[in-house]
Design a protein around this ligand. Structure first.
Ligand code: TYD
Length: 214
């Protein structure tokens, strides 16, 4: 049986990951793989309800972090773990790196608490004690916060995160940078400032370079 693959997509709002999620799903399907395309916060009925709250209701940073991890736990149990056990490819629009970047670096929330939550939530039955479920590859779309804001402007009504100032997104980008430095092998940097086709070629190269698509 083929083993499952877990790939996350990360970056600040407006960095342009969404179209490439769809394209990568198509590429894996064309190669005969079953694909689960999902997102965080969200991906299950409960987690989508938590998402709606987290993206709209004012709350303190601990509440926000707990909601993100509560949604993640349900998503792992209901969707991600069963899909990986079947040998599917899981493409996830954001995962835990987003919590360290947005709640940690962006909001300034305690990284030690986030680390503890990560250790509780991502300890799963399929892995030996002490190991955490993490993506095998994280495609990190990098784009200057001003350029990202210009892309988002007028697209739709901004949510609680999208409405943050450029300084917030600079901190978020720094947060991603620190996560990437701490786990360099897992991260592939995608230069989001390039034209769409060139960005797609970078995505493809990162996946092909790991031998997962030919
Ligand atoms: P996003 O993934 O950009 O979806 P959409 O394209 O539909 O807006 O939106 C999710 C938002 O949630 C985004 O602003 C980042 C934020 N977020 C966190 O703050 N922490 C998290 O742990 C996750 C997963 C997302």
């Amino acid at each position: 049986m083929t083993s499952g693959l877990f790939i996350s997509f990360e970056g600040i709002d407006g960095a342009g990951k969404s179209t490439h999620l769809e394209a990568l799903a198509q590429a894996f399907r064309a190669a005969g793989r079953a694909v689960v395309l999902t997102r965080e916060p969200g991906g299950t009925p409960l987690a989508e309800q938590l998402r709606a709250l987290a993206l709209s209701a004012p709350m303190d940073p601990l509440t926000e972090a707990l909601l993100m991890f509560a949604a993640r736990r349900d998503h792992l149990q209901q969707v991600i773990e069963p899909a990986l056990a079947r040998g599917d490819v899981v493409l996830c629009d954001r995962f835990t790196d987003a919590t360290f970047a947005y709640q940690g670096a962006g909001r300034g929330f305690d990284l030690g608490v986030l680390g503890q939550l990560e250790r509780w939530v991502q300890a799963v039955d399929a892995l030996p004690a002490g190991q955490l479920r993490q993506p095998q590859l994280t495609l990190w779309f990098e784009l200057d916060p001003e350029a990202a804001a210009r892309r988002l402007a007028g697209a739709r009504a901004p949510d609680r995160f999208e409405s943050q100032p450029a300084a917030f997104f600079r901190r978020v980008a720094d947060g991603y940078e620190r996560r990437a430095q701490a786990d360099a092998q897992r991260f592939a940097r995608i230069d989001g400032s390039q034209p769409r086709e060139a960005v797609w070629q970078q995505v493809l190269a990162a996946v092909q370079g790991r031998g997962w698509l030919s």
